[in-house]
Design a binder for this molecule. Structure first.
Ligand code: ATP
Length: 290
């Protein structure tokens, strides 16, 4: 009887898991996937936000309100601003987790809704420390980006992302099991593993969502600089919740309350008495206090 009840319980869990899978298979994306252009062109695209406006459902205030800027092809553009300024929302709009209420986002001048969702998302690699790792080996987790990648290609990508030495130092190296119930990796290590995956996938656009906690600001700045060096030649968008890592960006877009406050470089923006200069000053105070 005990065995039967255990089997019944296992069977019941299996049925509910299968229900979940069936639901996933039939789930529709929140945005219409009517585009026909495959975004698989060689080379990094120029990304442009044109007068983009967006309000989340059931909220009164727009999260982004008339945002216009260009992220040049093969360059690094940083998006900075106080908490709630709309930085993450711009990324969500780029990846079409939502569509704007007004304005548009273009890739090399082509409205990004004209691309198929699949090719759009395949062309944009997102590197964040929230990267999901499957309970599988490091090699398997990397090969998700390119199933046919050779061991040599894995090592090359990991080296470029600055994570090879740490993987090699693990007792089982690339065969170490990670993810749920596996060896735990730090936030910074996950971020670099995500970059290695992105480099393997050879996505022409790299979106880097900076860590907000876990590592201190100076260490984060080092990680971000290394990531950007490795990703040279791709169009990079960095959402910086802190400022230390974006000083070298080719262009910095300063957001405030969903609007663009200023666009410039670290040098030109610090010379102005705007939001950026205030954020830099606040950063100094925090560092001194620490
Ligand atoms: P942070 O630096 O704190 O991450 P952020 O600049 O990335 O902030 P967003 O997360 O883009 O800011 O938020 C912009 C505005 O949209 C905020 O007012 C926020 O409360 C709101 N918002 C964000 N996500 C949602 C959501 N899923 N539903 C409703 N409102 C949201």
């Amino acid at each position: 009887v005990r065995d039967l009840s255990r089997e019944w319980h296992a069977g019941y869990l299996g049925v509910s898991a299968a229900d979940g899978l069936a639901e996933l298979r039939t789930a529709r994306p929140a945005v219409p996937d009517t585009g026909t252009v495959a975004a698989d062109r060689p080379g990094a695209p120029r990304i442009r936000f044109e007068d983009v406006r967006f309000t989340y459902p059931d909220t009164a205030r727009p999260a982004v309100d008339g945002v216009t800027f260009t992220a040049d092809a093969g360059r690094t553009t940083a998006i900075v601003g106080p908490s709630g300024a709309g930085k993450s929302t711009l990324l969500a709009l780029l990846l079409r987790q939502w569509d704007p209420d007004g304005g548009r986002v273009t890739l090399d001048g082509v409205d990004h809704t004209a691309h198929t969702l699949e090719s759009l998302r395949r062309g944009v690699a997102v590197v964040s420390q929230d990267t999901y790792l499957f309970h599988a080996t490091i090699a398997d987790n990397l090969r998700l980006a390119r199933p046919g990648a050779t061991d040599d290609e894995l090592r090359r990508a990991a080296r470029a992302a600055g994570i090879h030495d740490e993987i090699a130092a693990l007792p089982d190296g690339y065969a170490t099991r990670v993810g749920e119930r596996g060896t735990t990796l730090s936030g910074g290590q996950r971020q670099r593993l995500a970059l290695a995956r992105a480099l393997l996938a050879d996505a022409p656009v790299l979106v880097l969502d900076e860590a907000t906690s876990a590592v201190d600001e100076r260490r984060e700045a080092q990680i971000v600089r290394a990531l950007l060096r490795a990703a040279r030649g791709r169009t990079c968008l960095v959402v910086a919740h802190r400022l230390a890592s974006v000083r070298d960006a080719d262009r910095i877009v300063v957001l405030d309350g969903g609007r663009v406050d200023a666009i410039g470089t670290h040098a030109t923006l610090t010379a102005q008495s705007g939001v950026y200069a205030r954020l830099v000053a606040a950063g100094h105070t925090q560092e001194e206090a620490a």
